[in-house]
Design a protein around this ligand. Structure first.
Ligand code: NI
Length: 138
């Protein structure tokens, strides 16, 4: 933190109670850090709204590897986006199901495009893009 500025925030006491309970459950020991995280989260979301922003994101996929050609399709999408896909983690959850986590970096538009292509592939049981930041500018 470069320049620390103190601000006063007026809040309804019920809302503040709920906030305090919420952040306690999440493990925060003070409100300031919880507020800072909420603000950073909003700023990260805003960055993703600009298609040309440089971002980092992870995609989590769960799928049955017995589905015909599914592995091949998912691999092809990743090879077509090799500049964007930095790393993958594969876990064999049981006899049938696989979990894959992909770390991606690129423009918001590119990362979203790859994530959408993977998640919408027939046979993927569940998929989710988690948006985050390169860390610069926060
Ligand atoms: Ni597997």
């Amino acid at each position: 933190m470069s320049n620390l500025t103190r601000i006063g925030v007026a809040l309804d006491s019920d809302l503040l109670d709920k906030f305090d309970q919420h952040i306690a459950k999440r493990g925060y020991t003070n409100r300031s850090e919880a507020f800072r995280d909420l603000i950073r989260d909003e700023l990260v979301e805003q960055t993703w709204e600009r298609p040309t922003s440089k971002v980092v994101g992870t995609v989590t996929l769960v799928y049955d590897h017995h589905v015909r050609m599914l592995n091949e399709k998912l691999t092809e999408i990743q090879h077509d986006a090799f500049h964007t896909v930095l790393s993958t983690l594969h876990v064999h959850l049981d006899h049938d199901n696989c979990l894959e986590v992909l770390v991606m970096r690129g423009t918001a538009e590119a990362v979203r495009r790859v994530a959408d292509a993977l998640i919408s592939t027939k046979g993927v049981k569940h998929g989710r893009l988690t948006i985050t930041t390169t860390g610069t500018g926060l």
